[in-house]
Design a protein around this ligand. Structure first.
Ligand code: DAH
Length: 359
């Protein structure tokens, strides 16, 4: 038995892999293994012989079993060590250079604007691009005969000859989302509504589809002063400069009273825009105090609540901030342009990490 013990324990300790180990297990304690066969012989022994041999054989079987388990664990440890060495990875290495795709400047600027207003407590609301004529015009105090309807070069959807369905248009601005947001959420309210809008227009600074972002804040005692602060904060954050100067120019929109167009002080140097200095003024948005009729169309009592609203052209902001001269190129899908003006996909704009970083 000692010979048996010596032989197997030595072999097990030296087994090179799990296959060899399994082979040893079968040969020692498998059904027809050497130890098992000896155990079967116990029956033929005298009771005295059995009393001596029985415990010894059991002990041997146990010893071999635990030697097998120990060797198996050692082999597993060794192979894990080897794998760890082979699959070693330096997580402090810089990431691979970015892949071919980039984020379009319009998406980038939309994210930037959203990040700034989200920080001021605005949430994002959306509406349909095929919009009812009522939301796009009537609810915004633009009656059927109003000149704005033709000024906006509206795309009308064809509709049933029997006039059962209400007329629809491709929305000409994001302002109808004001109505939808008021009806859905009521007052008080702070929303921004980014999205695509459509007008039949095409030249260096106009494309039939472009992007706007609408802002709406409804509360008690809200005034032009709140609007001004809000827009100044926005420009400071968006253009990433400490000093901005805005000029509010009296204007007219049917959905606001009073209305103002807002210009930004700037200068052009070597074809690049500098914000906050210089003698030029650049118009960047339309705004005003929401007209009582508009609040009413949104289901809000104008005797209790008031609000300000503004509408900004996203594409125009992108052109200004990133110096892109021709709007039409935005929508050509030219890979060379996208590569040049695009943004890295993983640089999500946020006020903490910085709004913009070149790709
Ligand atoms: N909807 C206007 C446009 O497309 C922009 C605008 C002006 C929106 C004044 C507003 C606003 O909310 O108050 O030209």
């Amino acid at each position: 038995m000692d010979v048996l013990r010596e032989r197997y324990l030595t072999a097990i300790a030296a087994a090179p892999d799990e296959v060899a180990l399994e082979d040893l297990r079968v040969r020692a304690i498998g059904r027809k293994g050497e130890v098992s066969l000896r155990m079967r012989e116990l029956g033929r022994m005298t009771p005295d012989e059995r009393k001596v041999a029985g415990p010894k054989l059991n002990a041997l079987k146990e010893e071999i079993t635990s030697a097998l388990a120990a060797r198996k664990a050692a082999l597993e440890d060794a192979s894990l060590d080897e794998r760890l060495k082979a699959e070693w990875l330096d997580v402090t290495l810089p990431a691979r250079s970015r892949s071919a795709g980039t984020v379009h400047p319009v998406s980038q600027v939309t994210e930037e604007v959203t990040a700034v207003f989200a920080d001021m407590g605005f949430t994002v609301a959306e509406g349909p691009q095929v919009e009812s004529d009522w939301h796009n015009f009537d609810a915004l105090n633009i009656p059927a005969e109003h000149p704005t309807r033709t000024e906006m070069d509206t795309f009308y959807m064809s509709h049933a000859a029997d006039q059962t369905d209400p007329p629809h248009v491709l929305r000409t601005h994001t302002s109808p989302v004001q109505i939808r947001a008021m009806n859905r959420f009521g007052a008080p309210l702070r929303v921004i509504c980014p999205g695509r809008v459509y007008r039949a227009d095409y030249d260096q600074t106009h494309t039939p589809m472009f992007h706007q972002i609408e802002g709406l804040a409804v509360d008690v005692d809200i005034s032009m002063a709140n609007l001004k602060w809000c827009l100044e904060e926005f420009c400071r954050a968006f253009f990433e400069v400490d000093q901005v100067e805005l000029r509010f120019r009296a204007s007219h929109f049917p959905f606001t009273e009073p209305s103002a167009e807002v210009d930004l002080r700037c200068s052009w140097e070597d074809g690049r825009l500098k914000v906050g200095e210089g003698d030029s003024w650049m118009e960047i948005l339309g705004s005003g105090m929401v007209h009582p009729k508009v609040l009413k169309a949104g289901g809000i009592d104008p005797d209790k609540w008031q609000g300000f609203a503004f509408g900004i052209g996203i594409d125009r902001l992108a052109m200004l901030k990133y110096g892109m001269p021709d709007l039409r190129a935005f929508f050509d899908g030219d890979l060379r342009w996208l590569k040049h003006y695009g943004f890295a996909a993983l640089d999500v704009p946020g006020l903490h990490g910085g709004l913009s970083r070149p790709a």
